[in-house]
Write a new protein. Structure first.
Ligand code: FES
Ligand code: FES
Length: 217
């Protein structure tokens, strides 16, 4: 043994005592009762379940959900309606747009429990492959997509948006509405500004919406 490896017996005893105190102290933390604050935190994090009824695409559904579940997760994870897409999950892209009680909403920003009793329409409820909604058919006709990820949200949003126009509901940019007659491409662009298309298919999307808007009675 080198001289430098020799440890003073008194110092060695102190090190052993310190180690035992550390190990014993840690054990006491795990074995003893958890602190009241930890118990309160665990209780606060415990899920609160609630039964709710939704009418999805014309069909009544009853779900037992954690009250923190978003409408988007209820649709995708619990009802397996995966046509509604999760893009940002933060209310910024519009990929999750559905129609709730006639209004277009971002399903990622809305808790499912807030829609107890509501009528929800998703892309699956607008049309079927053999019988497309006019807006779906117009998107196909005008090639209004590339990857298609934003498309269900674009279509749900545009269907509800044309209904807003029909009912004379102003857009958020009141000045723009006053300056441009309804259904001009600028007006449609402004009203669709909450739906982002990363592929940049905007001009084709507006062409599709314009076609359907023009065909409205
Ligand atoms: Fe909801 Fe982007 S996923 S706005
Ligand atoms: Fe790809 Fe819009 S078609 S994001």
């Amino acid at each position: 043994m080198k001289e430098s490896d020799a440890v003073d017996p008194a110092r060695r005893d102190a090190l052993v005592l310190g180690r035992n105190l550390l190990v014993g102290g840690a054990a006491a933390c795990w074995i003893g009762a958890p602190p009241a604050q930890a118990v309160a935190t665990a209780k606060a994090d415990a899920p609160v379940m609630r039964t709710l009824s939704l009418r999805i695409n014309g069909t009544a559904k009853t779900l037992e959900l954690d009250t923190r579940t978003t409408l988007l997760d209820a649709l995708r994870e619990h009802l397996h309606l995966t046509g509604t897409k999760k893009g940002c999950d933060h209310g910024q892209c519009g990929a999750c747009t559905v129609i709730a009680g006639g209004r277009r909403i971002n399903a990622c920003l809305s808790l499912a429990v807030m829609h107890d009793g509501d009528e929800i329409t998703t892309i699956e409820g607008l049309g079927t492959p053999g019988r497309l909604h006019p807006m779906q058919a117009a998107f196909v006709h005008h090639d209004a997509y590339q990857c298609g990820y934003c498309t269900p949200g674009q279509i749900c949003s545009s269907v509800a948006m044309l209904e807003e126009l029909r009912r004379g509901i102003p857009s958020n940019a009141a000045a723009d509405v006053a300056a441009t007659p309804a259904s001009t491409p600028d007006e449609l662009r402004e009203r669709m500004s909450g739906n982002i298309c990363r592929c940049g298919a905007y001009s084709n999307i507006i062409d599709a919406i314009t076609e359907v808007a023009g065909a409205r009675p």
